[in-house]
Each structure stands twice: as structure tokens, then as C-alpha cells.
Design a protein around this ligand. Structure first.
Ligand SMILES: [Zn+2]
Length: 160
């Protein structure tokens, strides 16, 4: 390293420049990052991706629900009524889950105050949907619950 004041090259281990006496500030190693700060972005991205994946079937289901009455033969009145209804219901529930996933992922990446608790709740729910939901749920909880009491997350929130 070179002295910031006089430019003399100094050997590692010197705290003071041997020539001009300036206190040397060696570049410090980056602080060991916490699990939260290392993984928060990844968790957020995964939720956005998973949410987006849920939106695709939801749009297909809603579209099918919209045209189902054309596909069902007129004689079957119950199927005519019920078919589109079930498709729409499934489509809307997929839409809510997908939009929720995208929102919480975005919220985590933006360090939104509400996103941590929401992600923990969604993470617990996701665990019951193997295999990907389980993996994502465990990963989410592993990252977010490492942050005891959410103190570090609160600091990120203020910094954002
Ligand atoms: Zn110097």
C-alpha cells in the first residue's frame, strides 16, 4: 500500500508511514455479512418468480372460465353453470396467491416494513406445498427467522 499523504510504499503491518508519520488506514475487509443481508435479495427474487409462475395458470383458468360455456354441450345445464364458476374460482385463487407472492418478493427486495412478517406467514403456508413450496418456505424462514426479532430487518427498512 502507498501512503495517502506522501506516496511512500509501505509494507503491510505498518500503522504509521515510516517517512512522513501519517497514520495509515489499511482497507478493511468487508464486514462479515449476516445471513439476512446475504439472502434477502435471493428470497425476494424467488417469491417474485414463484408468484409469476402462479399467475400463468390463473390467467389460463380465467380465460377458460370465460369461454367454458361455449365448450360444454347445452343439454348439461349444471355443467354449464358450474364449470365456468369452478374455473373462475380456481383462477382467482391462483391469481391472489401469485399476486401475493410477487408483492411479498418485491416488498422484501425494497425492504418494506410489512414484507418480513408477510413473508414469514406465506413461508409457513408454502411449506405444506411440496416440493417447491416446502423448499421455498423453509428457505424463507431460515433467512428471515435468523434475524432475531426482526431488528436487522428494521435497520434495513430505515436505510431504504
Ligand atoms: Zn507518508
Amino acid at each position: 500500500m502507498f501512503c495517502q499523504q506522501c506516496g511512500t510504499e509501505t509494507q503491510p503491518g505498518y500503522n504509521v508511514c515510516p517517512k512522513c508519520g501519517k497514520v495509515l488506514s489499511w482497507p478493511t475487509a468487508p464486514l462479515a455479512q449476516s445471513r439476512l443481508s446475504r439472502h434477502l435479495r435471493t428470497v425476494g427474487t424467488l417469491w417474485i418468480v414463484v408468484g409469476a409462475l402462479w399467475l400463468i395458470p390463473s390467467i389460463i383458468l380465467l380465460a377458460l372460465g370465460g369461454i367454458a360455456h361455449l365448450a360444454i354441450p347445452g343439454a348439461n345445464a349444471i355443467a354449464r353453470e358450474l364449470g365456468p364458476f369452478v374455473l373462475m374460482l380456481l383462477g382467482w385463487s391462483f391469481l391472489v396467491v401469485g399476486a401475493g407472492g410477487v408483492c411479498v418478493g418485491w416488498g422484501l427486495m425494497q425492504h418494506q416494513p410489512w414484507a418480513r412478517v408477510t413473508a414469514i406467514i406465506l413461508g409457513v403456508l408454502a411449506i405444506f406445498h411440496p416440493p417447491f413450496g416446502t423448499a421455498l418456505g423453509i428457505y424463507t424462514l431460515w433467512v428471515l427467522l435468523a434475524d432475531e426479532g426482526g431488528l436487522e430487518y428494521q435497520r434495513l427498512t430505515r436505510a431504504a
